[in-house]
Design a protein around this ligand. Structure first.
Ligand code: ADP
Ligand code: MG
Length: 699
C-alpha cells in the first residue's frame, strides 16, 4: 500500500504519462498531491428540484435518465447528445455538444447528478454541457456539494484531479501534525488531517474556512518560529556598544543645510539607542524615495566614527557604482566640517577623502585595502566589491545596506565575516524605499526592528502624474521639448532592451532610435540598460547628472536611488507592464529639485486591472498605500521580485490577516519561551530544521 512518500505513480491509474504531467505541478508524491490545494470552489451544495430551477443560475440536479440519444446538428457539423432527466417533480432537457462517447457511459434508468448553468432555448429550460456523474456507491464528488477547482496542467482535468485526490485522501491521516496540541486547542484549530480532508472535500463553507485557517496558520506560525529562533540567536550574539555622542551629533545636525523632519529625528534616535546596546542591531529603515534616509545613516556612522577610542568603522553598501558614488559625494558634503575619513571602494574606483585637508586621494585597491585594515578610513562606502574583494576591516561595527533587496543574505554575512573582530557582530541597518507595510514586515520578520520615515521633507513639490494615451503622444513630445528648452531633463523608461518581444512592447533601442532620429534630432539623447558594461553605464549616468544629456532612455535599472534634481520628467512606456511599487520608484527619480515635475504613464492597455493600478498611481503619492495595494493585487512574490530572498511563498495565508498573524506570533513566542530547544516538540523541531532559516533582512 502506498504511503505519503510514495510516488504518485503508485496510485492506481496513474501511469508514466500522468505522472509526468503531474510533475509539472510539482506533484511527485502522494503527500504533494494532498498538498495540491484548491484555489476556489463552485457551490453546488444544494440539490435543486427541477421544478425549482431558475434560468441563468448554477445548479445541481439529481435525477434518473429517461432517454438519451446522439443527434447531428442541423448543419451536421456537430454531434449533439440529448437526454431527458426526471426527478420526482419535472423533466429536464440536457444537451452535450461533441461528446458522442457520453452515450456509452450513460443509459436510461441511470441515476445521475448534474452540475451546470440553467439556460433556456426555444424549447424551454435546458442545461448545456453540465458536469455529470453517475451516482454509484461512493456518491457524487464532481457535481454535488462544494466542488473544488485546482490548478491544472495540460492533459489533466479537474475531474481527474479530484478523482486522484479522492483515492489518496485517507492518507491524510498519516501526515505528521507538528503543530503543538496546546496551540491547536488555544486557537481551536483543526488537526492537519481534518484540514486536508476538508479543504479537498468540504461539506459546508465553514469546513473550507476552518481548513484554510489551519493551513494559513501553519505558514504564519512557521515564519514566526523562524523569527523567534533568529531573535534568540541574536540575543546570544555580542556587538560593540557605541556610546551616543550627544554634543557631536547635535553639532552635526546643526551644520546641515536643512532641518531634519520629525520622522528622520525619531529614526536616528531609535538607531542610536540600538547602537548603544551590546547585542547587534538589526533594523530596517524604510522611507519613500526622497524621504532622506542617507542623512540618518550619516548620523549613525558619525557616532561610530567619532568614538575615537573604539577605532570602530562603518561600511555602507549600495547596489550600483553610481549609487555608491552618489552616497560618497553626498556624505562627503555632509561630513565636510568633521574629521571623519571617508573611503569609496568600488570595482573601478577607490578614493579616500580627508575633510580636514579637503584632499581627495585616488588609491589602488591594494593601498586602500591596507588603509582600511589600518583604520585610516572611518567610513567605507562601496558596492558588492566590498564583499567580493579581499578586503578586511580593522573593526567593522556598523554595516548599512542600501536597497538590500538587491542583495542576498550571503553578501551581508560575508561582509560581517570581514569585520576584523571575531568576538562581535556588527550592528546592521538595512535601508529600503520599497515600502513594506508594517503588518507584512511583522508577519515576516518579527525579529527585525523597523523605523519608518513617512513624512517627506517640506520643500518637496508634489509630482503631477498623468495617464497618457497614444493619441496624446505628440502633444507630450511638445511638452517635453518645452521643459528641456527651459533647462530641464527627462527620463524615458521602457520595459525591454531591444525589439525581441513579439507583443509590441516598447524597447529602449527602438524608442531611442525614434526619439533621436525623428522626434528630437537636435537634443542629446542617450540610452542606458543592464547589458552595458559598468564603466559605460557610469559614463552615461555621469553625463546625465552633469546635464550634458537631455533625455535618458532606460530600462528599469534607473529604479533605485539616483538623485538628479534637474530632471523634471519621468515618461514611462507601456506602464502597465510594471508593478505599482516599481512605478512609484520610477516616479521618485524626479521631483527631487525645486522644479515642478511630471510623471507620464503611457499605456495602450484596455485591461481593467491594469488601468486601475495606473489610476491608483495618479491619485496617490503615498508609497506605503501603493505598496499595500500592489501586495493585495499581485502578492509579495511579484511585488518584491524573485531577487528578494527569503520572502516566503505563502499559499494560503493572507498577509493582511492581522489577527491570525498576531496569534501566530504570540503562540511562537510562548513555545520558544517554554522550550527554546523544542525538546518536547520533536515534530516541530524536525519541521523547522528542514526550513530555510535564512531571514531575508535579519539574517
Ligand atoms: P532617500 O531616502 O531616497 O535615500 P536621500 O537621502 O537621497 O533620500 O535624500 C533626498 C534629498 O533630500 C537629498 O538631496 C537630501 O539632501 C535631501 N534632504 C534630506 N533630508 C532633508 C530635510 N529634512 N529637508 C530637506 N531636504 C532633505
Ligand atoms: Mg537613497
Amino acid at each position: 500500500m502506498a504511503s505519503l512518500n510514495s510516488s504518485i505513480k503508485s496510485i492506481p491509474r496513474v501511469g508514466e504519462t500522468t505522472g509526468k504531467k503531474l510533475l509539472k505541478l510539482d506533484i511527485e508524491t502522494v503527500q504533494d498531491l494532498l498538498m495540491h490545494l484548491p484555489f476556489r470552489y463552485e457551490d453546488y451544495s444544494q440539490v435543486t428540484k427541477i421544478n425549482n430551477l431558475v434560468i441563468n443560475t448554477n445548479a445541481n440536479v439529481v435525477g434518473t435518465i429517461e432517454l438519451i440519444q446522439n443527434k447531428k446538428s442541423p448543419r451536421k457539423r456537430m454531434n449533439i447528445t440529448e437526454a431527458l432527466i426526471t426527478d420526482d417533480t419535472e423533466q429536464l432537457r440536457v444537451i452535450w455538444f461533441n461528446q458522442p462517447f457520453i452515450i456509452k457511459s450513460l443509459k436510461p434508468g441511470d441515476k445521475i447528478s448534474l452540475a451546470g448553468k440553467v439556460e433556456s432555448d426555444y424549447l424551454g429550460i435546458v442545461m448545456n454541457s453540465p458536469m455529470f456523474e453517475k451516482i454509484g456507491y461512493q456518491g457524487p464528488i464532481h457535481t454535488q456539494g462544494l466542488i473544488p477547482n485546482y490548478r491544472l496542467t495540460y492533459g489533466v482535468t479537474q475531474k481527474q484531479m479530484r478523482f486522484l485526490i479522492k483515492q489518496v485522501i485517507d492518507k491524510a491521516r498519516e501526515i505528521i501534525d507538528w503543530l503543538p496540541g496546546e496551540v491547536k486547542r488555544d486557537l481551536r484549530l483543526l488537526d492537519i488531517s481534518d484540514a486536508i480532508q476538508k479543504i479537498h472535500f468540504p461539506k459546508t463553507l465553514k469546513d473550507i474556512e476552518e481548513a484554510k485557517k489551519r493551513l494559513a496558520f501553519n505558514e504564519l506560525f512557521l515564519l514566526q518560529m523562524r523569527a523567534q529562533i533568529a531573535r534568540l540567536q541574536k540575543e546570544s550574539t555580542k556587538a560593540q556598544g557605541i556610546p551616543f555622542l550627544e554634543k557631536e551629533t547635535k553639532k552635526f545636525v546643526d551644520s546641515l543645510p536643512f532641518t531634519l523632519t520629525d520622522d528622520q529625528k525619531k529614526s536616528a534616535w531609535q538607531i542610536l539607542l540600538d547602537l548603544e546596546k551590546s547585542t547587534p542591531m538589526t533594523r530596517l529603515l524604510e522611507g519613500d524615495v526622497g524621504s532622506g534616509k542617507t542623512v540618518v545613516a550619516a548620523i549613525a556612522m558619525l557616532n561610530v566614527a567619532l568614538n575615537d577610542k573604539l577605532e570602530a568603522q562603518s561600511a555602507l553598501m549600495a547596489p550600483t557604482e553610481i549609487l555608491a558614488k552618489q552616497h560618497y559625494e553626498g556624505i562627503k558634503k555632509l561630513y565636510s566640517d568633521t574629521n571623519i575619513n571617508l573611503g569609496l571602494f568600488t570595482r573601478s574606483e577607490q578614493y579616500i577623502f580627508d575633510p580636514r585637508t579637503k584632499i581627495e586621494e585616488k588609491f589602488t585597491k591594494k593601498k586602500i585595502t591596507q588603509a582600511i585594515k589600518n583604520h585610516e578610513v572611518n567610513v567605507v562606502i562601496g558596492t558588492h566589491s566590498l564583499v567580493q574583494e579581499s578586503l578586511e576591516f580593522k573593526n567593522l561595527s556598523l554595516v548599512i545596506i542600501d536597497e538590500q533587496h538587491r542583495f542576498g543574505v550571503e553578501q551581508r554575512k560575508e561582509l560581517i565575516n570581514k569585520s576584523g573582530n571575531p568576538d562581535t557582530t556588527p550592528h546592521f541597518l538595512s535601508m529600503t524605499a520599497t515600502p513594506i507595510p508594517r503588518s507584512l514586515a511583522m508577519a515576516l520578520f518579527c525579529d527585525l526592528d523597523i523605523s519608518i520615515i513617512k513624512e517627506l521633507p517640506k520643500n518637496r513639490k508634489p509630482i503631477t502624474t498623468k495617464l497618457v494615451y497614444e493619441t496624446n503622444r505628440n502633444d507630450t513630445y511638445v511638452f517635453i521639448r518645452n521643459q528641456i528648452k527651459s533647462g530641464r531633463q527627462a527620463f524615458v523608461v521602457c520595459p525591454l532592451i531591444d525589439e525581441s518581444d513579439k507583443l509590441g512592447v516598447k524597447s529602449v533601442k527602438e524608442v531611442y532610435e525614434r526619439l533621436s532620429k525623428n522626434i528630437f534630432p537636435n537634443l542629446n539623447i542617450e540610452m542606458l540598460h543592464g547589458r552595458l558594461k559598468a564603466k559605460e553605464k557610469d559614463d552615461i549616468m555621469n553625463r546625465f547628472i552633469n546635464n550634458e544629456t537631455n533625455i535618458l532612455v532606460s530600462t528599469s535599472i534607473i529604479e533605485v536611488g539616483v538623485d538628479i534634481p534637474n530632471a523634471s520628467i519621468m515618461m514611462i512606456e507601456d506602464a502597465e507592464r510594471f508593478g505599482l511599487a516599481q512605478l512609484h520608484q520610477f516616479r521618485g527619480r524626479v521631483g527631487r529639485g525645486e522644479h515642478q515635475s511630471y510623471c507620464l504613464l503611457f499605456t495602450e492597455s484596455q485591461n481593467k486591472d491594469s488601468l486601475e493600478r495606473l489610476g491608483a498611481l495618479v491619485k496617490s503619492s503615498d508609497g506605503f498605500q501603493l505598496a499595500q495595494m500592489d501586495l493585495k493585487m499581485r502578492g509579495p512574490g511579484e511585488v518584491f521580485g524573485t531577487a528578494q530572498k527569503g520572502f516566503p511563498d505563502l499559499k494560503v495565508a493572507n498577509l493582511f490577516d492581522h489577527i491570525l498573524i498576531k496569534n501566530a506570533q504570540d503562540q511562537a513566542e510562548k513555545i520558544i519561551k517554554e522550550d527554546s530547544d523544542l525538546k518536547i516538540y520533536p515534530a516541530l523541531r524536525e519541521k523547522i530544521s528542514r526550513m530555510d532559516t535564512d531571514n531575508y533582512l535579519a539574517g
